[in-house]
Structures are given as structure tokens and as C-alpha cells.
Design a protein around this ligand. Structure first.
Ligand SMILES: Cc1cc2nc3c(=O)[nH]c(=O)nc-3n(C[C@H](O)[C@H](O)[C@H](O)COP(=O)(O)OP(=O)(O)OC[C@H]3O[C@@H](n4cnc5c(N)ncnc54)[C@H](O)[C@@H]3O)c2cc1C
Length: 427
């Protein structure tokens, strides 16, 4: 992969960002579109789509359905787990979407989709009709993929892979752990939400231990042979935390074979690991409503037309965010935000009888190795040969061996990114 130079990335990203922010070339309709769009899920993908549909064409009636009144993001939840921020820092509401952008926001859970009648039904008993339906419901866990683990076990060995109560639970457990304790984290198999996320979590927990419980140790059990930004994480861990962190990867049998929740132990092919705190992140698939709606295939994820994000399985249902198969775009909040804009553009075009434009999307994943040590991977995505493609020369990863100042700046960019994407989505 090409190394980032800030200037080349900014140039490419700027061009893509402009197209993306407008919701794509050719989509501004000559006459206002009208129609009803229901968006399921008020997270990164769904809230973006709802806002940008209204921004691109206020003639469209948009109903966003999301059970939570307050959304707690996964991005920056690792800073809450490490005690650097409180939960309020990652909490966002829907007032702007309602009052500034004119979307209807309904706090309820969609339980049924009738694609023939074009309606959704909610747990609260409402039935709402649509011309276009957008699903951005995120992920569900494969609770029984490893014997011994279950949804109930998640109260003792939290996953903390959805922002909210699980984030707080893991934080409380780490606070209660004594100095000299062992923190075991089980990283999930591919594909999963936020590829660098488990390793950023380890980094920030190591920072917490270094400053508050320096005799403690961290073990990462990993079924994978490598992970996102691996050389950069390894370099940072060595420089900042010495031998506090041990990674047990695929070749050393890092994948869990069985979990003993009562004994707080994770068994692998060759060994067993007892933790004082165990963070078990299960394997993942698209959230249940995607399967209920019939838009998920055997893989558990949702195939889409990469130009419009319309499902290839059910007409007039679009799937974005983590639930979709949009590779090479990663399952990230930034990618979901980009996809939301592309999808909004495609829907506005379709509702006004136009051909959708060609999407241009963007992603940067920042990770904090400590509060003032940031690293990143970035890419601009185009469309060619019927597929989403990486734009050559547009992105890259932070260089190895960079100065303290370089890392400090990247940590600042990470905070700036979080603040600007949050206001882009919920502001
Ligand atoms: C620890 C961690 C750190 C991360 N850090 C980053 C980062 O730094 N940068 C980054 O870009 N990404 C990051 N991510 C990834 C990011 O959180 C996800 O990729 C992103 O949230 C995906 O957006 P989404 O819209 O698909 O799902 P979500 O944002 O999870 O939103 C889904 C919403 O749908 C709702 N929903 C589900 N089912 C229904 C239903 N039936 N009816 C109504 N509503 C429903 C849910 O309540 C939820 O609010 C991180 C993830 C983790 C776990």
C-alpha cells in the first residue's frame, strides 16, 4: 500500500469529498422528487441517509426508525473504556434531524418488512408504507459460534462492540480489577465491524494500566494471521508499553475453541487463558432485520448494487453500512457515512426519474495507540467495471518510524475527525 503524504491524500480526498458531500454527480433533480423513504437504523449509515435525503430534496418524506433516543457511538468508545472520556462524549440525539432537517424520527424497532406491499411494521404496532426502504441496522453477533459463549455470557465477559451499556460494563470491570490483573481480549474472525478496533482498544487499556495499574498484563487471542495496521500497532506497543501486551495469532492457535464463563477462562487449541477481565468479541453478521427482510445471503451479509446500494435480492430496499457487502470499503462508521450519502443521491435520482450518478466515497480509520499517539489508514473509493474500486495513489497508512510530533498530530486529527463526522451525521 502507498504511504500517505498528507498533501496527496487531502487532494484526492478533497475531490471525492466534494462529490460525496453533494450526494454525487447528476443527482440534483430538475424538478423536486417526491416520495416516501423509510430509513431503519439511526447510526452512522441511517442517520446520514435520512439527513442527506432531506438536504438533497426537501420534497421527500423521510421517516427514520431507531429504538434508541440517544445514540452512543462505537468510534471513541475505546476512550470511554480506558477512562479518558465519559459516556456523554460519545452520545448524540436526533433533535437536529427532526427540527433542522425535517425528517420524522420514530423511536421503535422494525420487526417486519413486507416487500410486496412495501410496508414495515414495528414492535410498537405501527405499519408504515414506503417507496424506498433503506436498511442500516448494523450487526448482530453469532452468539453460539464458540461453545460456552452466549448472549447471557456477554454480561460477564462483555463484547462492548455496540456503544452503550456494554461500553460502561467493560469500563466498570477494568476499574474493579486490581493492579497485576490479566485482561484477555478475544478478537473476532473476518469480516467484522471496525478492523483496527480491537487493537486500538488494547492500546488504550494498556495506557490506562501503565498510568494506574502498571503490573497488569494484556493477552490478545486472535484467530487471524494478521490485523489492520499491524506493524504500526506493534511498533507503538513496544515503544509505549514494553512487554505488557502479548498477541497470540493464528499460527500459535489464538482462535478460541471453548469458553468457560464461570472460570473466566478461554480455551484455545493448545492452551487456556484465565483473565480477571475477559472481553469476548463474537463473530458477526448483518443485524436481524436484514435477514427478516430477505436481503442477507448465506454469508449472513447483504449483497448490493455498488452504484446505488440497492439490494440485489429485493427491489427497492437499499442496504448500507456494516450490514452490506461493499468491500473493498471497510465496515467502518466513516464508510457507512459515505455510503449513506451515495445511497441518498441514488434514491433522489430514482425518485425523480433520473439515472443515478457514479459514487465516489472515502474512508479514514484513525486509531489511538495512546491519547497523544495516533495512526491512520485512508483511501478514496471510486467505481469501475461494475465494482467499487480503490482509487490508485489516493490513500495509504501512516509511516513507520514517524516522529513523536507526527503521532501527536495524528491523534489530534482523530479527535477532529470524530467531532466533524458527528456533527455531519447528528448535527
Ligand atoms: C470499538 C469500536 C471502535 C470503532 N471506531 C471506529 C472509528 O474510529 N472510525 C470508524 O469509521 N468506525 C469505527 N467503528 C465502526 C463503526 O462503529 C461502525 O462501522 C458503524 O457504526 C456502522 O454504521 P451502521 O449504520 O452500519 O450501524 P450502527 O451505527 O451500529 O447503527 C445501526 C442502528 O440500527 C438500529 N437498528 C438495528 N436494528 C433495527 C431495527 N430492526 N429497527 C430499527 N432500528 C434498528 C440500531 O439500534 C443502531 O442504532 C468502531 C467500532 C467499534 C466496535
Amino acid at each position: 500500500m502507498t504511504k500517505i503524504t498528507r498533501r496527496t491524500f487531502t487532494k484526492a480526498a478533497g475531490a471525492a469529498g466534494a462529490a460525496t458531500a453533494l450526494g454525487l454527480v447528476n443527482v440534483i433533480p430538475a424538478r423536486a422528487a417526491s416520495g416516501r423513504v423509510v430509513v431503519v437504523g439511526g447510526g452512522f449509515g441511517g442517520a446520514t441517509t435520512a439527513k442527506y435525503l432531506r438536504r438533497l430534496d426537501p420534497g421527500i418524506q423521510v421517516t427514520l426508525i431507531e429504538p434508541k433516543k440517544q445514540f452512543q457511538t462505537c468510534p471513541f468508545s475505546n476512550t470511554v473504556i480506558a477512562g479518558l472520556n465519559d459516556i456523554g462524549f460519545i452520545t448524540h440525539g436526533y433533535d437536529a434531524l427532526r427540527n433542522k432537517w425535517g425528517a420524522q424520527v420514530v423511536h421503535d424497532m422494525v420487526t417486519k418488512v413486507d416487500a410486496a406491499k412495501k410496508t414495515v411494521t414495528t414492535a410498537g404496532g405501527s405499519t408504515i408504507g414506503y417507496d424506498k426502504l433503506v436498511l442500516s441496522p448494523g450487526i448482530d453477533f453469532k452468539w453460539d459460534a464458540v461453545p460456552g459463549y452466549s448472549q447471557a455470557a456477554g454480561q460477564k465477559m462483555p463484547h462492548a462492540w455496540n456503544g452503550g451499556p456494554q461500553t460502561i460494563l467493560l469500563r466498570r470491570q477494568l476499574e474493579a480489577m486490581s493492579d497485576g490483573g490479566v485482561f484477555v481480549i478475544v478478537s473476532p474472525p473476518n469480516p467484522f465491524r471496525c478492523p483496527p478496533g480491537p487493537y486500538e482498544r488494547v492500546s488504550l487499556i494498556a495506557h490506562y494500566f501503565k498510568t494506574k495499574k502498571p503490573k497488569s498484563k494484556i493477552i490478545i487471542l486472535d484467530p487471524k494471521p494478521k490485523f489492520s495496521k499491524m506493524p504500526l500497532f506493534l511498533e507503538g506497543w513496544k515503544a509505549l508499553y514494553g512487554d505488557m501486551i502479548k498477541w497470540v495469532g493464528q499460527k500459535d492457535g489464538g482462535g478460541p475453541s471453548r469458553v468457560d464463563v464461570g472460570g473466566m477462562t478461554v480455551h484455545t487449541e493448545f492452551d487456556k487463558f484465565k483473565g480477571d477481565v475477559v472481553n469476548f468479541i463474537p463473530a458477526q453478521m448483518a443485524a436481524k432485520i436484514a435477514r427478516v427482510a430477505g436481503v442477507a445471503n448465506k454469508s449472513g451479509w447483504c449483497p448490493i448494487n455498488p452504484r446505488t446500494f440497492e439490494s440485489t435480492m429485493v427491489k427497492d430496499i437499499h442496504v448500507i453500512g456494516d450490514a452490506s457487502i461493499a468491500s473493498p470499503l471497510p465496515k467502518s462508521g466513516f464508510a457507512a457515512n459515505s455510503e449513506g450519502k451515495a445511497c441518498a443521491g441514488a434514491i433522489v435520482a430514482a425518485l425523480s426519474g433520473k439515472t443515478p450518478g457514479v459514487p465516489s466515497m472515502i474512508n479514514t480509520c484513525y486509531s489511538l495507540v495512546s491519547p497523544d499517539y495516533g495512526i491512520s489508514v485512508a483511501m478514496v473509493y471510486g467505481f469501475a467495471g461494475g465494482k467499487i474500486t480503490k482509487v490508485k495513489g489516493s490513500g495509504g497508512v501512516s509511516p513507520k518510524g514517524a516522529s513523536t510530533e507526527f503521532r501527536r498530530k495524528e491523534a489530534q486529527y482523530a479527535e477532529g475527525w470524530y467531532s466533524s463526522i458527528s456533527s455531519d451525521i447528528w448535527g
